[in-house]
Design a protein around this ligand. Sequence first.
Ligand code: CU
Length: 126
Amino acid sequence: MRILISQFRSVAARFAVSRALVVAILLGPVIGAMLAFGAVAAQDATNVVTIDNFTFTPPELTVAVGTTVKWVNHDDIPHLVVNTDKAFRSKVLDTDDSFSYTFASVGTFGYFCALHPHMVGKVIVK
Ligand SMILES: [Cu+2]
């Protein structure tokens, strides 16, 4: 009887280990994907200017040379992103449309919406 119990414990212990292994194997890619998604999301968040309620947010963004900034229109009316010095100009951005521009030189790049010129923002490239 004692032998039977110790055999049972050994089987139970092995089962616990294998179950932990299965959980680890299953969760590995999930956690990896979550980390990768988090990294991408974090990177995106810093370089995105959202357009909402006739406002560019953040109104002032500081980035390093070579950074791509993406403007996304969340308003239900169209907007544009036009650089004051004509370095870049988006097409008309409808709801959820986006425009990206890569800043290749240092400077301060003011921009506005050609349809609503009171909407202004700037990107400072260092
Ligand atoms: Cu506009």
